[in-house]
Design a binder for this molecule. Structure first.
Ligand code: ADP
Ligand code: MG
Length: 254
């Protein structure tokens, strides 16, 4: 555990708070009384069987999905259901998906500057400068003028991370960011995420990459059937899971 992480916990400031959140898809109760608090600077791994509601949980946090009851606040503010304020507040929550979703007909640089210019009203010259810094940080600065199809999957996913960071989010959500990548590209993306975690970014990461969990995570949250079943440090969770659901799950992925 890093000193920075310990310090941030000592002054724990809840950044993402889910309070008794419930959501259904028809008769499927996909999120059941979800209570989850993530403090500023904390890195949380969300893990669990396919279909347990991990993606839905992430998507409700930035209102890509609605929910029926309960409350979600980001840094003390509830996200409005729609309107201009939603776009601005939503930019507090960066999201990186399995599929990189870059704009195919825009250059790498334009992909990163579009959000700041459109949503934040940043001047183009300032947005360009910041985008080049971010592309440098994720190791693709020399690709700035290319188009997404000219980059490898790992490079595209690093651009997607830079694009999210350009909006200066307070928290970053990653939903299986490496599961669509060829194996040899997984580590270049995880390395960027480890660096981001060390820089103090608050992160929620859906992943089964245990190396990342051990290196960078403060806490593992295990979900099954729409519920949070157990939570522990990575060390505790992977070596000594408490619930039968977690034991069963780990026996399949380890
Ligand atoms: P996970 O990410 O853990 O694999 P998801 O959150 O994607 O799980 O899905 C949880 C459950 O909700 C699954 O049973 C899935 O089939 C269902 N589901 C997800 N999205 C929808 C949707 N748009 N409409 C209906 N059911 C959905
Ligand atoms: Mg999912």
């Amino acid at each position: 555990m890093s000193t920075a992480a310990e310090a941030s916990r000592a002054t724990a400031r809840p950044l993402v708070v889910m309070d008794k959140v419930n959501k259904h898809y028809g008769s499927l109760h996909v999120l059941q009384d979800i209570d989850l608090t993530i403090n500023a600077g904390e890195v949380v791994i969300l893990i669990g069987p396919s279909g347990s509601g991990k993606s839905t949980l992430c998507r409700t946090i930035n209102r890509l999905e609605t929910f029926e009851s309960g409350a979600i606040t980001i840094d003390g503010k509830a996200l409005p259901e729609e309107g201009k304020e939603l776009a601005r507040l939503r930019s507090d929550v960066g999201m990186v998906f399995q599929s990189f979703n870059l704009f195919a007909h825009k250059t790498i640089l334009e992909n990163v500057t579009l959000g700041p210019i459109k949503v934040r009203g940043t001047k183009k010259a300032d947005a360009d400068k910041r985008a080049r810094e971010l592309l440098e940080r994720v190791g693709v600065a020399h690709q700035a003028d290319k188009y997404p199809a000219q980059l490898s999957g790992g490079q595209q996913q690093r651009v997607a991370i830079a694009r999210s960071l350009a909006m200066e989010p307070k928290v970053m959500l990653f939903d299986e960011p490496t599961s669509a990548l060829d194996p040899e590209m997984i580590n270049e993306v995880l390395d960027v995420m480890v660096e981001l975690a060390k820089s103090g970014m608050t992160m929620i990461v859906v992943t089964h990459e245990m190396g990342f969990a051990r290196k960078a995570a403060d806490r593992v949250v295990f979900m099954a059937d729409g519920q949070i079943v157990e939570q522990a440090t990575p060390e505790e969770f992977f070596t000594n899971p408490q619930s039968n659901r977690a034991k069963d799950f780990l026996s399949k992925i380890l």
